[in-house]
Write a protein that binds this ligand. Structure first.
Ligand code: NAI
Ligand code: MG
Length: 335
């Protein structure tokens, strides 16, 4: 049986890490057929559109996409294509595991095993409500949190805990200061938590959560939080386990799912063959789980761990001298 997935090669280091990832997936023989689609700067050049209709149609049809990072120019004029795609398909759950790997440059070594579940469609990441006054002196942005959005993301976190045998969910918020939006998230979060008596739940204010993550990351199991906090915390968590090169994420909705690295297009190292492909590979492992291929997902993760253990061809971010494709080949030889 084959499964067609949409593949978006992205820009910056995107094409390099996608080539590497598809090489390993081919070695896994997971029966995947790739349908390439363009998005971002590449799509703008080729089709005159940052997010062409045929790309959206491909994802809609296949329901699953593997996506490399897309550059979003900072500041004026551009809405992030990533944010647009998440909103278009209502990919409300951004699921970002951070798990210790051997031989990284992390300060912790071992003991980190947590998942950030980030609300992915509302909060501070709205395209509307961004205003700068005519004199350029005052800027305003809007944040929107809904009961529906909060309920489904917290429920997702508790259901994920049950499905994966995790024991605890931490609601991260700033309801002491941002009483409206963060307050509603916390209120709804408590209501949902009460429906899961088998899973421990605690609450933590986001600034303390940052400190606790750095001091005692082992106290966390699943973190559920609003969009902006989840974005920031998941990069922090990536740092705990050895950097962005090891941090994957899934964007899950009811009609589609997009799997990608937490990191961006890394323009500083693009085109140099230095990028670590593991984040996208680990996202591919999440995709295999989602596609009902847990055995292949486990084979892939084990091959990555074994390659890190052997320090075989690892990239500079992990202290090695390997290159992207060499690293991928070393992983592929272990699947
Ligand atoms: P970034 O994540 O691209 O890079 C941050 C740092 O981590 C850089 O020093 C980079 O070299 C390093 N890094 C990232 N991925 C790596 C890898 N696989 N191997 C080795 N080192 C790696 O973040 P930055 O520079 O803030 O953003 C660059 C662009 O990416 C921006 O346009 C941003 O909007 C976009 N972006 C896109 C995302 C997506 O497509 N989902 C997510 C985050 C950012
Ligand atoms: Mg981010």
């Amino acid at each position: 049986m084959t499964q067609t997935i949409t593949v978006i090669r992205g820009d910056g280091i995107g094409p390099e890490i996608m080539d590497a990832t598809l090489y390993v997936l081919d070695a896994l023989k997971a029966g995947l057929v790739y349908e390439e689609a363009d998005a971002g700067l590449v799509a703008l050049e080729k089709h005159g559109d940052l997010l062409p209709a045929q790309t959206l149609a491909s994802i809609k049809k296949n329901k699953v996409a593997l996506k490399s990072p897309l550059t979003t120019p900072v500041g004026e004029g551009f809405t992030s294509i990533n944010v647009t795609m998440r909103r278009h398909f209502d990919l409300y759950a951004n699921v970002r595991p951070a798990i210790s790997f051997p031989n990284t440059k992390s300060r912790f070594g071992t003991g980190v095993d947590l998942i950030t579940v980030r609300e992915n469609t509302e909060g501070a990441y709205l395209s509307e409500g961004q205003e700068v006054s005519a004199d350029g002196e005052t800027a305003i942005s809007m944040t929107r949190v809904t009961r529906k959005g909060s309920e489904r993301i917290v429920r997702y976190a508790f259901d994920l805990a049950r499905a994966t045998g995790r024991k605890k969910v931490t609601l991260v918020h700033k309801a002491n200061i941002i009483k409206s939006t963060s307050g509603l998230f916390l209120k709804v979060g408590r209501e949902v938590a009460a429906q899961y008596p088998d899973i421990e739940c605690n609450e933590m204010i986001v600034d303390n959560a940052c400190m606790q993550l750095v001091m005692r990351p082992e106290q966390f199991d699943i973190i559920v939080t609003t969009n902006l906090f989840g974005d920031i915390l998941s990069d922090l968590c990536a740092g705990l386990v050895g950097g962005l090169g090891l941090a994957p994420g899934a964007n899950i909705g009811t009609e589609a799912a997009i799997f990608e690295a937490v990191h961006g297009s890394a323009p500083d190292i693009a085109g140099q063959g230095k990028a670590n492909p593991c984040a996208l590979l680990l996202a591919a492992a999440q995709m295999l789980d989602h596609l009902g291929q847990p055995d292949n997902a486990t084979r892939l993760r084990k091959a990555i761990v074994a390659t890190l253990e052997a320090r075989d061809s690892v990239t500079p971010d992990l202290g090695g001298t390997g290159n992207t494709m060499g690293f991928a080949k070393a992983i592929a030889s272990r699947v």
